[in-house]
Design a protein around this ligand. Sequence first.
Ligand code: A3P
Length: 290
Amino acid sequence: FAKELIEGNQFESKKFENILLPPLVRNLSSIKNFELRPNDTFVVGYPKSGTTWVEEIVWLLQNNLDFEKSLKINHFERVYFIDMGLSKGKMEQLNEMTSNRVFKSHLPIKYLPDSVEKLAKLVYVVRNPKDMLVSYFHFAQALVFANFSGSFELFVSHFFNNKLWYGSWWEQVKEYKKLPNIHFVQYEELLERPVETIKSLASYLDKNYSVSDIEKLISFTSIDKMKNYSCFNFDGVFKTEENNSSKFNFFRKGQIGNWTEHFSLEQSKQVDELVYKHLNGIIDFKYFPS
Ligand code: A3P
């Protein structure tokens, strides 16, 4: 790993095979060699695509909608963020887990455990890139170890130049889209057609829940409720009012179309062109609420 600071701000990164990664990413070979179980599920997505929300839904679908357990145990203990590597202790902990294991990752497929797409269930979360970028911009400003202080313009140019953590968004979407046994969840569909979207996700996971159960799950994972759950504990991760930054809430807006308040016409056109060039015919995005 080479350490990099992106020019003009404090975006601390590690560079590995030309991909910038956040400092928390460790020991990639331990991830590659991690032994999978057939009922493991990986929820993957580029940062700020709604991965945490989908992880929570997947964990509940895989654990008989155990709402009580979900509230009792920190989300990140139930859903391991595998990008942080697998220490000996972590591996033992994961081996002892008797319930269905759910993992989170933002990594390109080549860094995930060998044969993950054949041996485990793979759910990929994708969001329209304009809302994803606005969400990422706010997140990078608030995150203690990113501490991004540049403009939105600079942030967007980092996106085009592959200078955001986890590298090229479009390459990542493209490579995951090619996998035959993967299930895609689009953030906008989950927001606007939650019953159908979760039914189809559940069926990919070989689960069959009634519509009334799914409605309970939707209500339990609404942004207004998730905002107040103590199982989402981000203590120490974000800057606080004490160190002179406005208070950041991880569950920020949860909407489609917030990008219109940040993007210039020119920037919006540039993203449209990029999407057309790389993802035309592969995936369609929704940029406005219905
Ligand atoms: P915004 O910043 O646009 O609000 P990730 O988990 O990949 O980091 O994605 C975070 C984004 O998902 C944030 O977007 C966050 O508000 C949104 N999100 C998280 N939980 C959500 C929920 N229950 N419903 C809708 N959006 C949610």
